[in-house]
Design a protein around this ligand. Structure first.
Ligand SMILES: [Zn+2]
Length: 98
């Protein structure tokens, strides 16, 4: 086992293995080494901040609640949906009947 310090892009998927070349001239000589990560700092892929994971991101939760609040604005939507089309239909049917 060997411990190495590596620099990785947190926004991308972590590589699961690295190619260890044993010959500088013949790059086919070598082997894949599986990487076992130790103490990965939590990184949020949503708000791009370190310190928490995406499932505990306050910004993501807030955005989702904001979206819910928008679509879930039932009182206004219902009254609009119930009143407007029905009102129009009634007016049209009345007009047609008359
Ligand atoms: Zn976040």
């Amino acid at each position: 086992m060997a411990k190495v310090k590596v620099q990785i892009d947190l926004t991308k998927d972590r590589p699961r293995h690295v190619w260890i070349g044993l010959d500088e001239e013949d790059l086919t000589i070598g082997r894949w080494q599986t990487i076992e990560y130790e103490s990965i700092p939590p990184y949020c892929a949503y708000c791009k901040h370190q310190g928490h994971m995406i499932f505990e991101c306050n910004l993501k939760i807030r955005d989702e609640e904001f979206k819910k609040g928008r679509s879930g604005d039932r009182k206004k939507d219902k009254t609009k949906e119930e009143q407007m089309p029905k009102g129009n239909d009634n007016q049209q049917t009345k007009a047609q009947r008359e």
